[in-house]
Design a protein around this ligand. Structure first.
Ligand code: E4P
Length: 217
């Protein structure tokens, strides 16, 4: 399972990279705004800054919503850095843009996916990644994890190459459940990733080992 961090915060990206388990980064316009990154030039520069910290793919989202403009923006983003993955929303022109960009060997991430039908279309259009937003489904009392399971089932039926990128991860158990269900990638906050390493028996066990070492030295 690949681990992506879902943030535009450079300190957190660096921290996850230093942990040694980071495979990529996802961003979106809201995450950029949260870091105070506004204006096209600043946003483009920020993508390059992120690429220079991590080794893997960095999802950069198009703002355009009309086919020709989406494709133009997608190509500009892809030209920024070879680690850029163009993030395209699941709308009708977005499906056309996914097909166009994937035919040109530009990596894509189909975002704002909330149903199996949308995921099937994204795979048919050749998306590199499909991003089902499980946390936002949970927020409206739907079953985000079930969506991951259903997409896995359908993609396996037809051996689609599109990777399931579980997005809108809110906590550590989401990561574990997505791993059980066979999601190819998860993108989540640093806190959810760091939650994986915590166990009270590890802490108390280490405390005892160190105390016993000190007794004999
Ligand atoms: C995915 O690429 C999105 O950036 C993200 O996971 C959305 O998560 P949220 O629902 O916490 O905003």
């Amino acid at each position: 399972m690949k681990f992506f961090i879902d943030t535009a915060n450079l300190d957190q990206i660096r921290e996850a990279q230093e942990l040694g388990v980071l495979d990529g980064v996802t961003t979106n316009p809201s995450l950029m705004a949260k870091e105070g990154i506004t204006g096209r030039n600043n946003i483009l520069k920020h993508y390059v800054d992120i690429c220079n910290i991590v080794d893997g793919g960095v999802s950069a989202e198009v703002i355009a919503t009309e086919f020709k403009a989406m494709v133009k923006e997608g190509e500009e983003l892809a030209d920024l850095h070879d680690q850029i993955v163009v993030k395209i929303p699941m709308i009708k022109d977005g499906v056309k843009a996914l097909k166009y960009l994937s035919d040109k060997d530009i990596r894509t991430n189909c975002t704002l996916v909330f149903s199996v039908g949308q995921a099937l279309l994204a795979a048919k259009a050749g998306a590199t990644y499909v991003s089902p937003f499980i946390g936002r489904l949970d927020d409206i009392s739907a079953d985000g994890l079930n969506l991951i399971a259903e997409i896995r089932h359908i993609y396996d039926n037809y051996a689609f190459d599109t990777q399931i990128l579980a997005a809108s991860i809110r906590h550590t158990m989401h990561i574990i459940d997505c791993a059980k269900l066979g999601a190819d990638v998860m993108t989540g906050p640093l806190s959810a990733i760091e939650g994986l390493l915590k166990h009270p028996l590890t802490d108390s066990g280490l405390e005892k080992f160190l105390a016993d070492y000190k007794k004999g030295n």
